[in-house]
Design a protein around this ligand. Structure first.
Ligand SMILES: Cc1ncc(COP(=O)(O)O)c(C=O)c1O
Length: 204
C-alpha cells in the first residue's frame, strides 16, 4: 500500500507498526481467541489494556499517578466545554476564559450556561491572529481556561500563563502530546480523541 501524505487538521499520519498492532488486535487480543471489539470491557484482558494506556499517558505527560487521574470519557472535547463548568463552576461562581479562537468561543458560550464565564482577554479584534499577552485575571476565579492550540486560526500558546495559584484548565485537543510542556502547571487538561496524540500543531 502506498501511504498518503496526510496534513489533515484532524487525525494525522501514524507509524505503520502502530497500525499493524492495532489491526492484529482487531482480529485477536491477548490470546483470547476474540477481537478487542468482542471482549468484555470488564475482562481482565481489557482492563490490562486500559490501565496500560493510562500509565503510558501519565509517563508521556510526565505526571504522577499520585497526583493526576486519566479518564477516558465519551462525548469528545465539546462535552468537556459543559462538563468542566458543571464540575468546577456552578451558579454564582466565576471562571476566567481566554478567548483565542473559535473553539475557545464555544467553550465560553457553554460555560455561561452554568455560571459566570469572564473573558480575561481576547484576540477576537485581530481575527484571532495572536495570543494575548495581557490577561485581566480575577484572583478569586474558580479556574482559568485556555485553548493551547487554536486548530482553525493556527495560533498556539508558546508559554503557559501565570495564573497566580488559580487552577489552570486547558483544551489541548489539537496539540496534545505534540510538544514538551510542564503538565504539572495544569489542574485539568482535556482533548477530543478524534485527533490522534502527538499530531503536529500548526503555527502561523
Ligand atoms: C481545540 C479544539 N477543541 C475542541 C474541539 C472539538 O472536539 P470534539 O469534536 O471532540 O468535540 C476541536 C476539534 O475538532 C478542537 O480543535
Amino acid at each position: 500500500m502506498s501511504r498518503a501524505h496526510n496534513f489533515n487538521a484532524g487525525p494525522a499520519i501514524l507509524p505503520v507498526p502502530v497500525l499493524e498492532e492495532a489491526a492484529r488486535g482487531v482480529l485477536e487480543v491477548a490470546g483470547t481467541g476474540m477481537s478487542i471489539l468482542e471482549v468484555s470491557h470488564r475482562s481482565k484482558e481489557f482492563e490490562a489494556i486500559l490501565h496500560d494506556a493510562e500509565e503510558r499517558m501519565l509517563r508521556v505527560l510526565e505526571l504522577s499517578g499520585e497526583d493526576y487521574e486519566v479518564l477516558f470519557l465519551q462525548g469528545g472535547a465539546s462535552t468537556q466545554f459543559a462538563m468542566v463548568p458543571m464540575n468546577l463552576l456552578g451558579p454564582g461562581r466565576s471562571a476566567d476564559y481566554v478567548d483565542t479562537g473559535s473553539w475557545a468561543e464555544k467553550a465560553i458560550k457553554e460555560a455561561k450556561r452554568y455560571g459566570t464565564a469572564r473573558v480575561a482577554a481576547s484576540s477576537a479584534d485581530g481575527s484571532y491572529s495572536y495570543i494575548p499577552t495581557k490577561l485581566d485575571l480575577d484572583p478569586a476565579a474558580r479556574y482559568v481556561h485556555i485553548t493551547t492550540n487554536n486548530t482553525i486560526e493556527g495560533t498556539e500558546w508558546a508559554e503557559l500563563p501565570d495564573t497566580g495559584g488559580v487552577p489552570l484548565v486547558a483544551d489541548v485537543s489539537s496539540d496534545f502530546m505534540a510538544r514538551k510542556l510542564d503538565h504539572t502547571r495544569f489542574s485539568l487538561i482535556y482533548a477530543g480523541a478524534q485527533k490522534n496524540a502527538g499530531r503536529q500543531a500548526s503555527r502561523r
